[in-house]
Design a protein around this ligand. Sequence first.
Ligand SMILES: [Zn+2]
Length: 371
Amino acid sequence: MHTETLALPTATPGTQRTLTVQRFGTRGARPCVYLQASLHADEIPAMLVADKLRRILVELEAQGRIVGEVILVPVANPIGLAQSVMGEPVGRFDLADGRNFNRDYAYLTEAVAERVADRLGADEAANAAAIRAALAEALAERKPQTATEHLKHALLGLAVQADYVLDLHCDNEAVMHLYTLTPSAEAFAPLQRLLGAQAVFLATNSGGDPFDEAGSRPWNELRERWPDKAIPFGCHSVTVELRGQADVEHGVAEADAQAIAGFLVHAGVVTGEPPALPDALCAPTPLESVEPLTAPVGGVLVFHRRVGERVEVGEVVADVVNPVDGTVAPIRTESAGLLFARIATRFVAPGGRVAKVAGTALRRTGPLLSA
Ligand SMILES: [Zn+2]
């Protein structure tokens, strides 16, 4: 393992903040897999999985089995991890400006297209190299200003050169699920099966420019723009939702890390016999088919159903109880499907999202991600 410490500019003169990058295998070798944990800094399961995975990678490297390169950032958001308000961790939004740490990543398609338009030919490998060089140039032209912009810039700079990107998150309370670009579903089918994902959501542009899509969308969009050019899909990227925030256990994290290590064999970055793939627990579905359930009124939230349960159309998933006048407002589903996530707090404001159902009907338009 080779450890790099990247300096991150801070707003306060005389203070320091760093990002730790752990590299395995041969620098620059392919395939390259980039993994980061807890970009939303209060999503702790990811960091424990990163710890377990690092131990596995050290062992694999000692055995000479890493033929490509694996890049691991076990604490992707040192800014968010240091944030709290009166004892409560705040890891999803930057307290400096309220912005989500997993939104507003650089959209590089146009800048890359301008650079490579006259340079693409019939050679896939040469085209991939040209696009990667253009991605690096386009990113280098951007001038981050705030501390968080510098962090996002550094993370994307590492990821954008990789063949595979795994961004490790979790939901409030949830079962294992994945988000990826529609054309990457097949590339991540082994990961889906090894992790036992119960839902996989697909989109080509979910809105909000999340981290994972910043790496993968340029390839998809360049391929669509120039279908006659030999452009490979150079970066498959996935957001892995490692269940809920409180699902932090040694055994579970070890199994998840082993699943990811198994995926690395399937992806060709680690040599050896690929582990057998368990049956898929679900078929990938469009992100538009997710139904967010919202509270009609404010009050005490009482769930009737747990994550991982199947619900029918019109089923009452939760009640909102007004403790003053005793009224009870039921929250019903409009779609049948898997109740895959719910919030962890038990008091809601009117209009607040309380849970999500993985349905099958395409029901949503506009930005597909929550704030
Ligand atoms: Zn997250």
